[in-house]
Design a protein around this ligand. Structure first.
Ligand code: BG6
Length: 376
């Protein structure tokens, strides 16, 4: 069994666990994201090469994970499909065995994502895949976790310890590592030229600075918006393309930490039923980067607006159209479209945190939830 990039960096020192002056681990870990991202982006090229070699040597990739790890995997699917032209599926790990049955064999690779490396659903999905003869590459934040021991190859994300129950920095580093794999895979498969990959890599390496700027510039704006919507009983989160993954992660954060009902949908799907729930004042959060889906998203937003929904949007700094249609908006510095889950999720993490705080809940220890579900 190949094992990758283990290093003493995986050992966590006591002070890393301290809250460092923040009221909650969740806020501390949100603020740690620029550093965690830089760490993840320093993934050794040889590790990337070996993992990508296994992914490339397959007919199709099945990405599996639970919760937030499923959402980073969904972003990864968009990257592998659009950049690397690699056939890629997503299956949440609790449904993996049902949905794959006996179709897997040694021509498939399963990419299993789990920050803890201990989620039983994901462990079981990997065991099923291996019984069918598929190879398994895993991505985890915990060195020598169970997942790493049963995988053919493991990529460690090195986000440092995450003590808030809701995944924040571990989501970001998962998306960053998937982006690095996708760029490597694109070179290997010739779907992108060296120049195109280098340009995208430079954009990717800008994301820690963009995340840092967003947190510093928008922290209070987001807090004020969150406080003004903290009593709303339900939200819709809408995005298109890769922003669907960002919207799903934002909705999960709000459910996990503030116990508020929140649903995420591809915005194009919202007219096939979900918009029926909208009434005057109903809050809808749009993840609206200026990508190839922007014009269609504006149409979705305009339709929702006719039903007098309250529109909150996450937009690029120089945006005017979506901002002009929104009741509240949060600005993000320019980001390469395919990497927007890294930067556009920041306001959604902070929004969830501040709503939970306003409601008087402890976002670090939400009711009913555990950091990793290791029993059936
Ligand atoms: C759930 C957590 O138990 O497990 C989620 O509440 C998390 O926050 C999910 O995303 C998956 O965890 P892991 O460790 O497999 O990424």
């Amino acid at each position: 069994m190949l094992v990758s990039n283990k290093s003493p960096r995986g050992s966590w020192t006591p002070e890393m666990v301290e809250k460092g002056g923040y009221p909650h681990f969740m806020l501390k870990e949100i603020h740690e994201q620029p550093k965690a991202l830089k760490n993840a982006l320093s993934l050794r090229p040889d590790i990337c090469e070996q993992a990508t070699g296994i992914l490339n040597d397959s007919e199709e990739i099945y990405i599996t994970g639970a919760g937030t790890s499923n959402h980073s995997g969904l972003a990864g699917r968009y990257m592998f499909t659009k950049l690397s032209t690699m056939k890629t599926q997503n299956i949440i790990s609790s449904e993996f065995q049902e949905l794959t049955g006996k179709i897997l064999d040694d021509s498939y690779v399963v990419l299993a994502i789990s920050q803890s490396g201990e989620t039983l659903d994901t462990i079981n999905a990997v065991k099923h895949a291996k019984r069918q003869g598929a190879r398994v590459v895993s991505m985890t934040n915990v060195v020598d976790s169970t997942l790493s021991k049963i995988s053919d190859y493991t990529i460690y994300t090195y986000a440092g310890p995450e003590y808030g129950l809701a995944a924040t920095k571990t989501f970001l580093v998962q998306v960053a590592c998937l982006a690095l794999l996708s760029l490597h895979l694109s070179l290997m498969r010739g779907s992108l030229s060296n120049d195109e990959v280098n340009k995208l890599r430079n954009e990717l390496f800008q994301t820690p600075l963009i995340v840092d700027k967003t947190i510093k510039r928008q922290d209070k704006v987001i807090r004020d918006i969150a406080y003004s919507y903290a009593n709303k009983p339900s939200f819709l989160f809408l995005g298109r393309g890769i922003s669907t993954a960002t919207a799903m992660e934002g909705a999960l954060k709000l459910k996990e930490t503030a116990y508020v009902h929140a649903e995420a949908y591809p915005a194009g799907e919202s007219k096939h039923g979900p918009i029926a729930i909208i009434e005057p004042g109903f809050p809808v959060i749009f993840v609206a980067p200026p990508d190839e889906n922007y014009e269609k998203l504006v149409r979705n937003l305009s339709e929702v607006k006719t039903y007098q929904a309250k529109i909150i949007s996450v937009v690029q700094e120089n945006d005017s159209q979506v901002r002009g249609l929104s009741d509240d908006s949060i600005s993000i510095p320019e980001t390469e479209a395919i990497f927007t889950p890294i930067t556009y999720v920041i306001p959604l993490q902070l929004f969830a945190y501040f709503v939970a705080f306003k409601r008087g809940y402890d976002p670090d220890r939400p009711r009913h939830l555990v950091k990793a579900i290791t029993e059936p």
